[in-house]
Design a protein. Structure first.
Length: 389
């Protein structure tokens, strides 16, 4: 017990000092998730609007009701300001994406039939300005329409028309969005783009992390270190097992950093079942270790093993849709032959809150694959660790 634990501990220390390995296995997936998740993200995030209402006239209740309306909350997040100058400061400093100042004489001028406007301040992001402009202009158009109706129809008929319009528009969003070129289809299923790629590249790089165990064994065999270990007191199998466990500990570190970083920095929603996520990561790592050791037993050299394993993992990631969404429908079910498919499907099901039976069936299939590859790896392990096996 002490031998393999000590070996695993020093293997993890060794990996922690290899900066290039940490950058590739932890830094690179985080960068890819950010780039692809941001590039393909179609979700509209609320524009932060700095608001100061100086008007205390007859229109004040309607103005307050408008800014507190549930229909605009998916698009607008109101930041209260204490003056027009503070609104400008919020926008200038980037605290707010957009600013609105409602003058003290707005109600008076509007009801007198004079020209009355809100003062708006555009921020640095064009898409936020468009969303906020749409909401503000929609309100002003409704107000002007109501005043015109009162002038033409009289107060009673205008009130009836206004009530009918309110019923027709109940629950209607002030902004309607569509995806150009793809209709209303959900390209990433029930997850967002950044959730989709977080799952895909977590799994891909966990598989690469699993390869580190096989490469460590080959490296030590080629350098003659494993052969010298036969002469030391203790079990040789425990030492080999410790080297493999060290790679598993590296993969565990990968998973913790990627999931934690994406959750708190990228706001990725991983769901509430972290026990299931841990199990998926464990099965994926075991499958990666098993596959790498099996390849190493045939390739026999570090460089050949690394090349073959990289090609296989890259191909599995591609076939499972990790690089191009929708590829699964073009490959005739070949994606289901990959480790990535079952791992990604179970992670996305957890993210989207799918029923537990569907999640467990995918985790069960992933576990079965990991078990088969681990058994093959154990059988083929002597070919990896022994010089003339």
């Amino acid at each position: 017990m002490r031998v393999w634990w000590t070996t695993a501990y020093y293997e993890l220390i060794k990996y922690s000092r290899m900066r290039s390995v940490l950058i590739i296995l932890i830094g690179l997936p985080l960068l890819l998730i950010l780039l692809l998740g941001s590039a393909f993200d179609t979700e509209i995030k609320p524009a932060k609007v700095a608001l100061y209402v100086a008007d205390q006239g007859e229109m004040k209740p309607g103005i307050d009701s408008f800014w507190n309306d549930e229909a605009i909350k998916p698009y607008i997040k109101v930041l209260k300001a204490e003056s027009e100058g503070e609104v400008q400061d919020f926008v200038r400093e980037g605290i707010a994406d957009y600013g609105v100042f409602i003058p003290a004489d707005f109600s008076k001028r509007l009801l007198a039939g004079d020209k009355a406007n809100w003062l708006t301040y555009s921020g640095r992001y064009e898409e936020k300005n468009i969303a906020a402009d749409t909401v503000v202009n929609g309100y002003m158009a409704k107000v002007n329409m109501r005043l015109a109706a009162v002038e033409k129809l009289g107060l009673e008929l205008a009130a009836e028309a206004d009530e009918a319009n309110s019923r027709a528009a109940a629950g209607e969003s002030p902004i309607t969005t569509r995806n150009l070129g793809s209709g209303d289809s959900q390209e990433f299923g029930e997850t967002s783009a950044i959730q989709y790629y977080s799952a895909a590249y977590l799994i891909m790089f966990l598989l690469y992390g699993g390869m580190s165990g096989a490469l460590a064994l080959l490296n030590q065999r080629e350098s003659g270190t494993l052969q010298r270990m036969y002469a030391i007191p203790g079990s040789f199998r425990a030492i080999v097992f410790g080297i493999i466990v060290g790679a598993v500990m590296l993969a565990a570190l990968q998973a913790v950093v990627i999931v934690t970083f994406t959750a708190y920095v990228y706001d990725v929603e991983w769901g509430s079942h972290f026990g299931w996520i841990t199990l998926i990561c464990l099965f994926t790592t075991a499958a990666g270790e098993g596959l790498a050791i099996t390849i190493a037993s045939f390739a026999r050299t570090r460089k050949t093993t690394q090349t073959l394993f990289t090609i296989i993992v890259f191909s599995m990631t591609f076939l499972s849709g990790g690089m191009m969404t929708g590829i699964e429908t073009m490959v005739g079910g070949a994606d289901k032959l990959t480790i990535n498919h079952w791992a990604n499907a179970s992670l996305r099901a957890i993210m989207s809150g799918t029923d537990t039976s569907a999640v467990w069936s995918e985790i069960g299939m992933l576990g079965l694959i990991a078990l088969i590859l681990s058994i093959i790896a154990v059988v083929r392990l002597p070919k990896v660790v022994k010089q003339h096996a």
